[in-house]
Each structure stands twice: as structure tokens, then as C-alpha cells.
Design a protein around this ligand. Structure first.
Ligand code: TXA
Ligand code: MG
Length: 353
């Protein structure tokens, strides 16, 4: 069951979304586009349905799912309303619909316990994508939706990525074309008047600071040891996004030195018989020789790097590249999310020159 809402008449589009909504109501899984990445949705109140998400993705059961809603009016039926502070409301006002997931105390019994993986909290967001919003509205349900990739693979930014990973394991895909942001939502939690970024993503720390200038902002780095009092997104402990080949990151202030180092490293790998790849940017792609050089967006427009990152990681796999060197990006703005995902993809193998 694959539907393409871009192809075919507008009527067919509405019809496909209606059909997808019906599947979700019946307890099936459907992949759909959001502004960040494709999600694999199921009725968050239906344990049998949610089980199918974990089964299709091969996802560890201790990793909770994000719940997607169409309207803030759905919140009181899902979370403890008295826990909502003016800071929460300011964030919702500023960033919803959008790539911000807010972790809140769950209203007992409102969701399948599998969604929260036994936690007392639930991550909720309103996605900013017309197809996602229409689908959510038509179901009238809270929809649990992790990224629609096999666990550990790069998240899908195209319907074809979903098909590559999950064909035959899910009820269907609504194809809305390429997603916009390209990396997942920012997951945050407010604790004792301080803001914790549990996963950097589409909303930057700088943007959060503008909305809540007085609030201290902490970033829970995925490299932190597990035993910590800091709230963390359980999902961040898992290996993710890794291409099949070996990958490491090279970073430095002197771009000449970086390109020279990378070229030498790649040449040595080639001499050992590796199939070589370089993940770089439009401005720098001309500097290199390798079997596959991917210009992943432009350094002058970091949003374009985020948008193309996961597709690029998948391309290395398709081309059978066994040895990849990636250039790093400055760790600010959307660059924080990009570096977070690159480091995970590289298993934290990083060389700083
Ligand atoms: O952009 C996105 O967020 C996409 C689209 C589909 O909405 N979804 C997504 O879901 O990335 P997923 O399951 O791949 O990542 C969810 C992250 C995980 O790191 C998980 O541990 C964290 O959110 N999370 C979910 N519920 C949580 C909770 N109650 N407390 C802390 N972290 C939570
Ligand atoms: Mg994911």
C-alpha cells in the first residue's frame, strides 16, 4: 500500500489521507511525512497498534515514542494539566506547530504504556506539515510516531527511504515528497524552572533562548555517562544513523589543513583497497578526490546541510562505500543537531586538528 499525495489529482490526495486515517483508526501502522523526517504512526491509545511500531522498526522497548497531536485542545486528555507552566505555554505558542517535542507528566491511563516505555512522562508535539496535520485531524487520535526507519539507520527524509527499510512490515506510506528540516525535532523538558535539551533538533538553543531569555538552558550530551541525574532522552543512548562503512569526522579551524589531512587519509584508505567516500559541503567538494564525494548542502546555509544529511548517509550505503570521512560543522544553531547526528553516525570517532 503506497500512496503518493504528490502524484494524481487533489481529490486522490484527500482520499489517500482519508484511507490512511482509517487504517490508523483500525490499529494499523502508517508512515507519513512531517516537517522533520517521516514518522511511523499508530494509535497511541492502542497497545496492539503500538506494538507493531516496535516490531516493524526493531526498536528496543525501553525507548519511548513521541506522541503527535493536531491541536493543543488534545493536551488535557493526555498530560497532567496542572503541570503546565507559563513557560510551557510560551514554548507551545512560539514553536507549535513545529519541530519541538515537549516532555510532560503523562495523565495516567491515557496512553498505551508502551508509548511511554514505563516513564511517568510523555513527549508531545504538533508537527508543521499539512499532510501530517490533516491525517492527525482525520483520525482525531493521539498518534505515536517515531522516525520511520529501521532502528539504527538514518531517519527517512523521503518516502523511498521508508520503503527501503520497512517495506512489507507496515500498513502503508503517505508520500508527501521530501521533508523540510531533515533532522528530528528538538526534545526538551522543563525541570525546576530550567530547560533541558534532551535531543538537539530543528528548534535551536538560540531560538529557545529568545522565547525564554531568563531560563537557564542545559544540553544533555549523548556522550554523557548513563548514570546521571540529568533528564535525558532514553533514545540517545542507542547507536543511530550509522552508515555500513567505517566513518569518522575530521574538524579543525584551518580549512587547508583539514582538506590536506582528509585527502591523505582517503588516499591511504584507497591504497588499502577501501572504497572511499567524503561527506563535505558545496563550497569544499572541489578540494577532494575519492570514489564518492557528497556535497551535503552549503556551509553558508546550514539548514541545507540538515536537510540533506540523512539522504547523504544512505547514499554511501547504496554506493557500497567502506571508508568515509566527514567534515564537521560549527556547533551552533542548527549545527548542534547536525554535529549530534554526525557524531552518532561516526560512533563518536572524531579527529580534531
Ligand atoms: O522529528 C521527530 O521528532 C520525529 C518525527 C516523526 O516527529 N520523531 C522522532 O521520534 O524522531 P523518535 O522515536 O525517533 O525519537 C524520539 C526521541 C527519542 O530520543 C526518545 O528517547 C525521546 O524522543 N523521548 C520520547 N519520549 C520521551 C520522554 N518521555 N522522556 C524523554 N525522552 C523521550
Ligand atoms: Mg528515530
Amino acid at each position: 500500500n503506497y500512496w503518493d499525495v504528490n502524484q494524481g489529482a487533489i481529490g486522490a490526495t484527500a482520499q489517500n489521507i482519508a484511507e490512511a486515517a482509517k487504517l490508523l483508526q483500525q490499529g494499523d501502522t502508517v508512515a507519513f511525512p512531517t516537517e522533520t523526517v517521516y514518522g511511523l504512526g499508530a494509535d497511541a491509545t492502542n497497545t496492539t497498534a503500538v506494538l507493531q511500531i516496535f516490531a516493524a522498526k526493531g526498536r528496543p522497548s525501553d525507548n519511548p515514542l513521541i506522541v503527535h497531536i493536531a491541536d493543543v485542545n488534545q493536551l488535557p486528555s493526555l498530560v497532567q494539566s496542572d503541570s503546565l507552566t507559563t513557560d510551557h505555554l510560551a514554548l507551545m505558542q512560539a514553536f507549535w506547530p513545529g519541530p519541538l517535542t515537549i516532555v510532560l507528566p503523562v495523565l495516567a491511563g491515557s496512553l498505551s504504556p508502551l508509548v511511554t516505555a514505563g516513564l511517568q512522562t510523555v513527549g508531545i508535539r504538533i508537527p508543521n506539515h499539512p499532510v501530517a496535520l490533516q491525517l492527525l485531524r482525520e483520525t482525531g487520535l493521539p498518534i505515536a510516531a517515531p522516525s520511520a526507519n529501521s532502528s539504527g539507520r538514518p531517519s527517512p527524509t523521503l518516502a523511498s527511504h521508508v520503503r527501503d527499510d520497512l517495506d512489507g512490515k507496515i500498513g502503508g506510506i503517505v508520500d508527501g515528497g521530501a521533508t523540510g528540516v531533515g533532522v528530528e525535532s528538538t526534545v526538551i523538558q522543563l525541570v525546576d524552572g530550567e530547560l533541558y535539551i534532551l535531543r538537539p533538533g530543528g528548534v535551536t538553543a538560540e531560538q529557545l533562548h529568545v522565547v525564554l531569555p531568563k531560563l537557564p538552558i542545559h544540553v544533555s550530551e549523548p556522550t554523557e555517562v548513563e548514570a546521571s541525574d540529568t533528564p535525558r532522552a532514553p533514545g540517545m543512548k542507542y547507536t543511530h544513523y550509522a552508515p555500513k562503512g567505517f566513518m569518522h569526522i575530521v574538524q579543525g579551524d584551518d580549512v587547508q589543513e583539514v582538506s590536506a589531512w582528509i585527502q591523505q587519509d582517503i588516499d591511504a584508505a584507497k591504497a588499502r583497497g577501501e572504497s572511499t567516500g567524503i561527506l563535505t559541503f558545496e563550497e569544499r567538494a572541489g578540494e577532494y578526490r575519492a570514489d564518492l564525494i557528497l556535497a551535503c548542502g552549503s556551509l553558508s546555509e546550514p539548514d541545507s546541510i540538515a536537510r540533506e544529511l540523512y539522504g547523504a548517509l544512505r547514499t554511501f550505503d547504496h554506493q557500497g562505500i567502506s571508508y568515509i570521512v566527514a567534515e564537521g560543522v560549527p556547533d551552533s544553531g542548527i549545527g548542534s543537531a547536525i554535529m549530534n547526528r554526525l557524531l552518532k553516525a561516526a560512533g563518536h570517532e572524531r579527529i580534531r586538528l
